[in-house]
Design a protein around this ligand. Structure first.
Ligand code: BGC
Length: 758
């Protein structure tokens, strides 16, 4: 059970959710868990295939458009449909919504890397067949999405027909009632070419505005005792039919290769054919064996084993698996808020990556984590330009939501105003450096990103009465917008500024040539660096004497408290039921804000302030954002609130599987999935990575027998095993090292288990 997700639903709301849960992806390509043959006509489906970052530019229409509001936004597009396969038992079309279902189950295999659907069906007139679908998106041939269908006739069938098609006439999904999937502009793809060449069905589309092209080149292979073949090319699709007698089993394998002009040059059909040639002798089952091999390696470093709770074990594996399926591995892509599992948030990249998902890859697969940082680096020029557009004289302002670097947020109070994203990105660069000590990275990328983001803070804030203050920004909590001195933003900016000054010093002392190069490239001066240091040291961090907590911002604590206890359940999430201004006027949080700062930068406050702040903000937080529970879980662990830590973790781990936010149909909540990992590793195991080194302060949830996971740190692979009374560390790869366990230094000799009592 813990290595697979099984579903048996056939009702419509559940099927929509299952499309996301059983989606497949490999960082490049994503396919929702649709039925090959579709549902009944009255059922809704978000039938989707996506390529990470493959988008169109759509116009943003404003009632009132003010200076530097973005003109356009980017939108991830649903692309050519290679999923469709219909089966006919004589003249009756197979559908799970007609006839009789003698057996039906479907699974997503987290250790094997494919999804399957097993059906035993009897048609209205009594024709019977067993049908077995398998599908995967390849982890090693990223352009490949393959389907295998086995049909075993059981009774009363004279003729069996399998019809496979590729369709280029595709639109996106729109839900006008939900701002998270409501941008309109559903139809953004035009068909460029549809043809059949030898064994290949070829379809090519182009986007309306960005003029990106995408192609799907498909070949089908059939195993049948004898059959006839026919094909039909229309203006939008290619349909292939295989007809055989009704007595013998038939197996069809469909290999779709997707290419796009962001990565494959201009000749997309040629590029797809080249991939086809490479894999032409590999059977469907052989591909599955390769999937397994890939996953064996993946899980070796990335698995988290929980003994004592099967459901949570399954939940965390499911989350880690989907993170891996969603992460972009090339220079043009990142991880979208919904991964490649749906159209929510239009395929945009947010701070979700740096704060919630990046740490998972950083600690388990640093080379993949580096790719995410390099992708952000490619957006640095756009960020510099954006800073200028909004009126800064210097620095880089990263867009709140984007695909290729342009700001795609139309609502600036909860979008562009979230300046903290620039510090979040800087934070992730610093974390990467602390975990890898990658000096080349520091020289070539990190220094520049830190310097440019530091410049942004200098230009945004100002010194008053000896304190550096930052006015009119929005912190993570989107129910409180455009405020002065948001604690989170100021704390993160402080870290950003001080590290920028530190990195300057590192370059000065060790890499003088590089510093000279950067100095001339960025027109940098020591005076600026002194400013960074000064502003960082004098950063104002709001503190409220009355409550002895960090105020979320200058005005937050003087607002009226929202009466959460008497707010009807159906009014949540509040954002769908109250005007933003109503929300802004109250002390009510959508998500962790100050509490998150206390997690990321715990050394900026004493532990009593952190505890009182947690107690305070917990009572006014709705967790309407899925980015919230996990942070409260991590902090509850730190503060010794064991039950709360566990309860918040449970919500996090099962948020999508149980559709707790009611919108999993629009795609999985990827940041929350990363957050579940954080809740375990930074929460229950108490991991922190600082300049002083790696530290853990483990505390196993009482319900669990044990917890085992691995970490990559300074070229070592370290296994951590937490049991009821003991924690065992083992350096599996690399040299021995000293870490801190519950505040005490211990030396871990390579290859030798080191036991420590709690
Ligand atoms: C959250 C943001 C998040 C975005 C995308 C919003 O609901 O408030 O913090 O970045 O979703 O996941």
């Amino acid at each position: 059970m813990t290595w697979k997700l099984t579903k048996k639903n056939l009702d419509n709301p559940s099927l929509l959710v299952d499309e996301s849960l059983l989606s497949l992806g490999n960082g490049y390509l994503g396919v929702r868990g649709n039925f090959e043959e579709g549902y009944s006509d009255s059922y809704q489906s978000i039938r989707g295939t996506y390529i990470n970052a493959f988008h169109d530019e759509t116009e943003i229409t404003y009632g009132e458009k003010l200076h530097a509001f973005p003109d356009t936004q980017q939108k991830l597009l649903n692309i050519i449909d290679g999923q469709t396969v219909h089966i006919y038992l004589d003249d009756e079309k197979f559908s799970l919504f007609e006839g009789e279902i003698l057996h039906f189950e479907r699974h997503l295999h987290l250790d094997l890397g494919y999804a399957e659907r097993i059906v035993h069906w009897r048609s209205l007139s009594g024709k019977e067949a067993k049908i077995h679908f398998k599908r995967f998106t390849s982890f090693v041939t990223r352009e490949l999405f393959a389907i295998n269908v086995k049909v075993e006739p059981i009774a009363n069938i004279k003729q069996l027909k399998i019809v496979s098609s590729v369709n280029g006439d595709i639109s996106n999904f729109v839900d006008k009632n939900d701002p998270r999937v409501a941008s309109g502009h559903a139809k953004r793809l035009e068909i460029l070419d549809v043809k059949k060449e030898d064994a290949y069905s070829m379809v090519k589309d182009i986007t309306y505005a960005s003029e990106l092209e995408v192609a799907c080149v498909t070949t089908t292979k059939i195993k049948a005792s004898n059959y006839t073949y026919d094909s039909n090319v229309t203006s939008s699709s290619i349909v292939e039919e295989y007809t055989s007698d009704g007595n013998n089993p038939v197996e069809l394998s469909k290999f779709n290769i997707y290419t796009d002009t962001l990565r494959h040059g201009k000749e997309l059909f040629d590029a797809a054919l080249t991939v086809h040639k490479k894999i032409e002798n590999i059977t469907f089952d052989q591909h599955l064996a390769v999937q397994k091999e890939y996953l064996d390696n993946f899980w070796f470093t990335s698995d988290i084993e929980i003994k004592g709770d099967e459901q949570l074990q399954q939940g965390i594996r499911f989350n880690i698996y989907h993170l891996m399926q969603s992460v972009g591995k090339d220079s043009v892509s990142n991880i979208a808020a919904k991964g490649l599992s749906g159209e929510g948030y239009e395929g945009h990249y947010f701070w979700d990556t740096e704060i919630y998902m990046f740490p998972v890859f950083l600690m388990t697969n640093p080379s993949l984590a580096k790719k995410l940082l390099l992708h952000r680096y490619t957006l640095l020029d756009s960020a510099r330009q954006r800073a200028k557009e909004v009126g800064h004289t210097q620095g880089a302002l990263f867009p709140w939501r984007t695909i290729t670097g342009g700001e795609s947020s139309a609502y600036f109070p909860a979008g562009t105003a979230q300046y903290h994203i620039s510090a979040d990105i800087a934070y992730s660069y610093i974390q990467y450096y602390l975990v890898t000590k990658d000096e080349a990275f520091l020289n070539n990328y990190m220094a520049e990103v830190l310097f440019e983001t530091a410049r942004l803070w200098i230009d945004t804030g100002h010194m008053k009465n000896g304190q550096f203050r930052i006015d009119d920004v929005t912190g993570p909590d989107e129910y409180t917008c455009i405020v002065n001195n948001n604690y989170y933003t100021n704390a993160m900016a402080k870290h950003n500024l001080l590290w920028a000054a530190k990195v300057y010093q590192i370059l000065k002392e060790n890499y003088y040539d590089k510093l000279k190069e950067l100095t001339s490239k960025l027109n940098l001066s020591e005076i600026e660096v002194d400013q960074w240091k000064d502003a960082g040291e004098k950063m104002y961090l709001p503190y409220d004497e009355e409550h002895q907590i960090n105020a979320q911002d200058d005005s937050f604590l003087s607002k009226k408290r929202w009466d959460l206890d008497n707010t009807p359940k159906d009014k949540f999430p509040l954002l769908l039921n109250y005007h933003p201004l109503t929300l802004y006027r109250y002390q009510v949080c959508k998500q962790a804000d100050t509490v998150l700062a206390h997690f990321l930068l715990e050394d900026m406050q004493d532990s009593e302030t952190i505890k009182r702040s947690y107690d305070y903000y917990e009572n006014i937080t709705t967790h309407d954002s899925s980015l919230s529970f996990c942070v409260f879980s991590v902090m509850a662990s730190k503060l010794g609130y064991e039950q709360k830590a566990y309860d918040y973790f449970t919500e996090t781990a099962c948020l999508d599987i149980d559709n707790l936010h009611g919108n999993t149909k629009d795609g999985l909540h990827m940041a929350n999935m990363g957050g579940a990992w954080l809740a375990i590793v930074y929460g229950f195991a108490g991991l922190r990575v600082k300049e002083s080194g790696l530290s853990l302060s483990p505390s196993l949830p009482v319900k669990w027998e044990s917890l085992v996971f691995k970490l990559q740190y300074h070229n070592r692979l370290i296994q951590v095993k937490m049991e009821k009374t003991m924690v065992t560390y083992l350096v599996l790869e690399g040299e021995g090292l000293t870490i801190s366990h519950n505040g005490e230094s211990i030396y871990l000799e390579s290859g030798k288990e080191v036991d420590t009592r709690y």
